[in-house]
Write a protein that binds this ligand. Sequence first.
Ligand code: GLV
Ligand code: MN
Ligand code: MN
Length: 414
Amino acid sequence: MSTAALGQVLMARLDQLGRISADDGRLNRQPFTPAHRAAIDLVRTWMHEAGMTTRVDPIGNLIGRYEGADPSAPVMMLGSHIDTVVDAGRYDGPLGILVGVAAVGALNEAGERLPFPVEVAAFCDEEGVRFSTTFLGSKAICGTLDPAVLEIRDRDGISIAQALVAFGGDPTRLAEAAYAPGSIRAFLEVHIEQGPVLEAEDRAVGIVTAIQGQSRLAVVLDGMAGHAGTVPMAHRRDALAGAAEVILFVERRCAATPDLVGTVGRIDAQPGAVNVIPGRALLTLDIRAPNDGLRSSAVEEIVQAIRRIAAARGLGCTIGREHDQPAATCAPRLQRWLAQALRAEGLPVKYLSSGAGHDTMAMAGFCPAGMLFVRCKGGISHNPLESITIDDAGTAARVVLRVLRDLADPKART
Ligand code: GLV
Ligand code: MN
Ligand code: MN
């Protein structure tokens, strides 16, 4: 199949998958929801068309398998995540799953069986929007998912364990989702870049060298709700005003350090009425840096600042550490395989790092793991304006197919 034809099929599928959402008029697909189930059902049909068998593991990952000539050989795993942010674009996550399916589909069409099995994973949760913690699916596969996180609750008070049971998963059988050490030969994730570098340099795809680390915190500030008209300013314990001070501190602290980024992405004021002083404010923090020491010291400083701000305003404060993921390096082996495939396809070899988090971070601790980035328009992501071209999608599929074929051919392997 030509690059354009591969790209066309991919884009049509990405459009179709992008319409599976919990909300009308915007893409919102959270883990363990009916939209998640519908997305699995759809992707599954394409996996079957590509000659794969499929299963949904106990944490809710969909895994398609294209059997190898030697079924016991370590698996080459492709994939990405099927969940989205709220009001998402349609490529962040699904692209990596469907490129994997397209590459396997091309093998199947050509009647090619590789010496090793190829699996395509649609991980259940990478964005971590619903539960704040993340990489539930990839960590379960690596056997590194801490069962304690199953008690984390969403905004409606539903725990991960409860959501999983309602979804048909089984939190008591997570061990069955884990692969044996050595059973995954390598993991390769294709993903939109979510930044402007490839577009600026007119490159369709690039090889990821490293992914920056991230911490997520949940902060609750408790003050005193009261009458907006009768309580003098000096007598107030306004939780939302305290939160505003925290937000500005985070912005100042992160802006002052190169490479450090910090975001308060969600804030709730309670009880949330025009004429009531907010008695409680809840906010999320997302702090990232390529250097783990830099990130940890910034998080410590921000935590101290939150306590200071709360104390000065007479507010109670609870700070939960929801997620800490060290920075990850992409395996040199994967970078080499990708560079060889790019050259063979007549493409320039471009290396870049990732500011966004990816399941590859979790996989990198378990098996050689790497990523291929695909150019996206304006570097825009986590936004419905996310956009890629048919040709670039097709190019990514061609590169992955080339990697698979090279791996099957000892003469071609570097
Ligand atoms: C996921 O896209 C993240 O980096 O938060
Ligand atoms: Mn993503
Ligand atoms: Mn994302």
